[in-house]
Design a protein around this ligand. Sequence first.
Ligand code: HEC
Length: 127
Amino acid sequence: MKRSAIFAFLLFAAACLVVGCNGGTVVNGYSTYTGGNIRAGKALLQAYGCGACHVIPGVPDAHGLVGPPLYFWSRRTYIAGELPNTPDNLVKWIESPPSVEPGTAMPTLGVSQQQARDMAAYLYTIR
Ligand code: HEC
């Protein structure tokens, strides 16, 4: 490999460590990828009891096995096997799962759009 290519790769890897590889940066705790606040999202995931049904790395008491574990969330391709894993689709899913997949076991929990953005911001920090 050429020296410049190695340098470019290292620069890319360093940028990934700082801001993540999925296109966002973090400004004052807000992810530009989702428009949500990462810390608030973590607290909301706990407050809404998402962990009763999901394993969510980093969220206290999130050990539920009713739904799929949310390991490696930023690297997942699909949401519930239905939607491409993009921030807008994740927000839509969290706000109203049955509107995406009628009959799904995940309930509508009354999460507002901004709260869903905050939760999404946290979930995309899970690599
Ligand atoms: C009553 C149990 C339950 C609760 C509470 C719950 N979920 Fe789910 N969730 C599920 C189930 C079941 C699925 C799988 C749905 C499907 O594929 O149809 C799911 C799917 C998901 C997925 C997609 C997972 C994947 O592998 O594609 C995400 C993301 C998610 N839930 C986030 C949340 C968030 C955020 C909350 C809290 C606001 C939450 N869930 C609360 C049961 C739950």
